[in-house]
Design a binder for this molecule. Sequence first.
Ligand SMILES: C[S@@+](CC[C@H](N)C(=O)[O-])C[C@H]1O[C@@H](n2cnc3c(N)ncnc32)[C@H](O)[C@@H]1O
Length: 276
Amino acid sequence: MTAAQALVDAVKRLKAANVPDATNDARVLLAYALGIERSRLTLVLPDEIGDEAHVSYAQSIAARVTRQPVSHILGQREFYGRAFRVTADVLDPRPDTELLVDTALTAPFETLLDLGTGSGCILLTLLAENEAATGQGVDCSQAAINVATANAASLGLDQRSQFVVADWFSNVQGKFDLIVSNPPYITADEMVQLAPEVRDWEPKVALTPGGDGLVSYRIITAAAPRYLTAGGRLIVEIGASQAADVQTLFQTAGFDGITCLQDLDGRDRVVFGHLA
Ligand SMILES: C[S@@+](CC[C@H](N)C(=O)[O-])C[C@H]1O[C@@H](n2cnc3c(N)ncnc32)[C@H](O)[C@@H]1O
């Protein structure tokens, strides 16, 4: 069988299982099975597919049919131009979260705290982009901290990063120039509408705090001023309908310069403010 024939079969299987973007996923997983860059796939489609690659491809397609996310099958996800290890223990880093990183990089910082670090994608990207900085990542999940620690090592950032298992600030000492967080914010009502890739494969603790989805912001905004240096910034990612509520929480906590930014789709995505 040629790689092209294997691809056609795989697309049919994925479409029959109602997998969105079946053709793209089938191509990505074929390149992975063949151990080549995606850009080279078209060149090798007329070639015979070897037995080992064929078995590996069949396994990947079977996993995708069960709606396992492509990132879990590949074991990694690209975020801000770097590869991050991703498992079922962490949120799959989203392109939308790159806006939080861009926002953080608009002003200088030397010390950084990332609350709910997950894969470590925000903290480690900011450390990679700012070589003068050191940072701490906090997560309530030991399994997530293990993934973040592995990502720090593979990106060569283990000397400038530290990871702590904690309930938000409960195990945090000292003050930081910048606190960032992409906390769980999906409401209980929204949880039932999620795609199977998210609902069945990503950790619930990473997705929702239950109720109105705002409890993490209440805790983080109230405590953050005690952990920020003078003029220090707090930047959080939010759900599209949460801007007004989260900005009110920033005001109540005494932040200045409170601003909401929209993502590329025009949805409210990031709120930030700073101490006087
Ligand atoms: C939306 S995920 C964000 C992960 C990563 N920062 C990212 O942007 O891809 C939220 C993270 O917060 C963590 N988390 C949830 N509740 C927490 C708590 N009470 N204290 C610390 N971390 C918590 C979850 O384990 C999860 O890793």
